[in-house]
Design a protein around this ligand. Structure first.
Ligand code: 5GP
Length: 188
């Protein structure tokens, strides 16, 4: 059975079209995996995935990293089931690993206002890691208001709602194999 790759999709009455194909995503992630492998050679980094949205990106990215490494997860929530940030970050799951003196790579699905990433970086810095690197699949640069650290961005995107490849709309759409963008008034 193939992956779930429709041309267009409707979720809860809203229309979305393909924005980044499976091939584009895989090619870019492969490049970043290679760069991280070089940067962290002999450093045994620990990847920290930010749940839920980053789980597919993280799973693919780690398989393009060809050095010894570890993984752990945090869970934050700021959107609930809405398409607009609530302006508040909730901490739903903390990391289990001891990251003091470790090389930490935060893996996020998307940086929008930057609030979640700012919160995350400040929180993880309190554990005194040896280094902190931020990787995001998507960055809505125009809507970022907070001063955030981002070291690797796979794709910069416009300020429109996206779903697929781990990102949801009201918990739907995470299993789409590529990234879809809201058609915002275009013909659906
Ligand atoms: P920020 O704190 O930067 O405003 O928002 C970050 C979080 O908002 C992301 O981790 C993600 O969960 C959610 N988010 C922001 N923009 C989008 C979007 O276009 N689509 C989806 N599915 N989630 C988004």
């Amino acid at each position: 059975m193939g992956q779930y790759l429709p041309e267009k999709i409707n979720v809860k009455g809203e229309s979305f079209r393909i924005y980044l194909t499976q091939e584009e995503i895989q090619q870019r992630i492969k490049q970043i995996g290679k760069q991280l492998s070089t940067k962290f050679q002999d450093k045994r980094p620990i990847f920290i995935g930010v749940l839920n949205g980053s789980y597919i990106f993280l799973a693919d990215l780690m398989r393009y990293v060809n050095i010894p490494c570890e993984v752990d997860f945090m869970k934050l929530s700021s959107y609930g089931d809405e398409k607009v940030s609530s302006g508040q970050v909730h901490d739903l799951k903390q990391i289990d690993a001891d990251i003091q003196d470790r090389h930490v790579i935060i893996v996020e699905d998307i940086v929008d206002t930057g609030l979640s990433m700012k919160y995350l970086v400040e929180k993880l810095k309190q554990h005194q890691p040896a280094s902190l690197t931020v990787v995001t699949l998507l960055h809505k640069a125009e809507s970022t208001q907070h001063d955030v650290q981002i070291d690797f961005t796979a794709f910069k995107i416009p300020n429109l709602f996206v779903l697929g490849y781990g990102l949801d709309f009201a918990q739907e759409g995470r299993n789409l194999g590529q990234i879809y963008i809201q058609t915002a008034g275009e013909d659906s």
